[in-house]
Design a binder for this molecule. Structure first.
Ligand code: FAD
Length: 469
């Protein structure tokens, strides 16, 4: 009996429970549906998706299979494809944000109403969010006890890719990937970003192996250094499911057993931060759109504004901030410590609503992850669970001295500060839209705001909020 494998954020062949389930039933038709929810993704994630689909198509071909591309409403498209191919069953890996859940529930109900079998499984998390419970049966709002609960449970061992994927007698028609032009909104030059990306399942596996075979030893100490390539880089692969978190987890555990030391354990803890973000998102769907702590609704955030625009363009005059914003524009990624700094600067020094920054990250990050991005922003703004206390305002000038002691990170990204700027620094100006009117020859801007003034202004607003509560 033929099964439709509806692929979404699980673009790999190994450790793929939905694929395994489909293969066990007979012929499989893997399908990706470009539906309105996916079309609504930001420019960089959508471009990155296209690259991932290209890679997956080739891998599927290597297993005697194909990737069928269809565009339209998810339910209508899947139902029509089932009718066309005689498939009786549709399987997929779950997603956890509210819009995807609403869509998936409607798809499941609609398929069943048409007499089809519909089945969803876990393909993106170590554990389903509802299976990790506090002693009193609730969900976790604080990371450390969540880590303890998760690390004491062993996630299932990853499964190998099936040797072959049974094909149907004839293949249904597919849209052309190039025709979809998923990179069309990348006005920053997809070629530039591509140079920095590591696309697909084999690249992800290679990355994991290289990291755990080397850099992980220094990871605990070096991961905060802006100027060192100390982290795994796996977020862009995890975001699209090019590698499963179980694969990463078990490889991390093996490194811990082999080498000990704080590196592997710190890495496992980061993997569980991703898991925690999904746990929070599942239990409090408003994480992506509303202040998680409702008392923050009274905070006088500024909406979008000129200072925020300077922030987006990497022209705040604060080198740590501008280097990071330019890094993101050119590579589609940003160092974790830098994400914390730019988010704190936007929400505190510039008093701008975290949703303004969240939206820009959503457009620019090739590792955009609905849960980690929302959690990161609310954490930095102070409005989230387990948030940075508001009175702890990062000083970007002091932080960058600590985590970029020789100034290499700033030099790498800010052409105006260097007599002889490197390729990446200049590429930022090639990537930036012409409408921004930027040039590496212009003078580096003066700071938008004195750091001490920005800090005092934010703290005064925070005190007023506390007093009003
Ligand atoms: P490593 O240090 O090698 O960590 C391994 C993996 O652990 C990562 O790939 C990631 O899956 C997970 N991880 C690490 N740190 C975190 C964290 N703080 N929260 C959740 N998961 C974590 N991460 C995204 O994947 N997508 C996002 O859209 C995103 N937006 C963020 C926005 C803000 C404001 C902040 C402060 C953080 C955000 N993060 C996001 C988390 C973090 O910055 C990235 O996961 C990390 O920089 C990715 O680099 P890496 O893969 O080399 O990480």
């Amino acid at each position: 009996e033929t099964t439709l494998l509806w692929l979404r954020r699980d673009l790999r062949l190994s450790d793929h429970p939905a694929l395994a389930s489909a293969v066990s039933g007979g012929p499989v038709i893997p399908v990706f549906v470009l539906d309105p929810l996916v079309e609504g993704w930001g420019a960089a994630p959508l471009w990155r998706l296209g690259e991932s689909l290209r890679d997956l198509s080739a891998r599927l071909a290597g297993k005697g299979s194909r990737l069928v591309l269809r565009r339209g409403d998810a339910l209508e498209t899947l139902a029509a494809l089932a009718l066309e191919t005689g498939a009786r069953r549709v399987v997929w890996s779950r997603l956890y944000d509210a819009p995807s859940r609403a869509r998936d529930e409607a798809v499941k109900a609609g398929l069943k109403a048409r007499g089809l079998e519909a089945r969803s499984v876990n393909g993106s998390l170590l554990f389903e969010p509802w299976t990790v419970e506090t002693g009193s049966g609730g969900f976790y709002k604080v990371y450390t006890p969540f880590w303890r609960a998760v690390s004491q449970r062993a996630p299932a061992e990853p499964e190998a890719a099936p040797p072959r994927i049974p094909a149907p007698e004839s293949w249904p028609a597919s849209d052309g990937l190039d025709h979809w032009a998923l990179g069309r909104r990348m006005n920053r030059g997809a070629g530039i970003v591509a140079k920095h990306a590591s696309i697909g399942e084999a690249a992800a596996q290679g990355r994991l192996g290289a990291f755990l075979g080397g850099r992980v030893g220094d990871y605990a100490d070096a991961r905060d250094r802006l100027d060192l390539p100390a982290t795994s880089g796996l977020s862009e692969n995890l975001a699209l499911g090019e590698i499963s978190p179980r694969t990463v987890w078990h490889a991390g555990r093996a490194a811990l057993e082999r080498e000990g030391g704080p590196g592997p354990e710190t890495f496992l803890k980061e993997i569980v931060w991703r898991e925690f973000a999904y746990h929070l998102l599942f239990h409090t769907p408003r994480l992506t759109t509303r202040n998680w702590r409702e008392e923050w609704d009274g905070f006088p955030w500024r909406g979008d504004n000129e200072d925020a625009e300077a922030w987006r363009r990497g022209m705040t005059g604060e080198p740590a901030i501008d280097a990071a914003m330019r890094e993101m524009y050119v590579t589609g990624r940003m160092h974790n410590r830098a994400r914390m700094l730019v988010a704190s600067y936007l929400t505190k020094h510039l008093m701008t609503d975290w949703r303004v920054g969240e939206a820009w990250f959503r457009d620019c990050l090739i590792d955009w992850d609905v849960a980690s991005n929302a959690m990161g922003w609310q954490w930095a703004a102070g409005s989230g669970p387990d948030a940075a206390p508001f009175f702890r305002v990062f000083n970007p000038a002091a932080q960058v001295e600590k985590f970029d002691p020789q100034g290499r990170y700033r030099e790498r990204w800010i052409a105006e500060l260097s007599r002889n700027p490197g390729e990446d620094a200049v590429e930022f100006f090639d990537a930036a839209p012409q409408a921004w009117g930027l040039s590496p020859q212009q003078a580096y801007p003066k700071p938008l705001i004195a750091l001490s003034h920005g800090r005092e202004r934010a703290l005064a607003a925070y005190r007023a909020l506390r007093e009003a509560a």
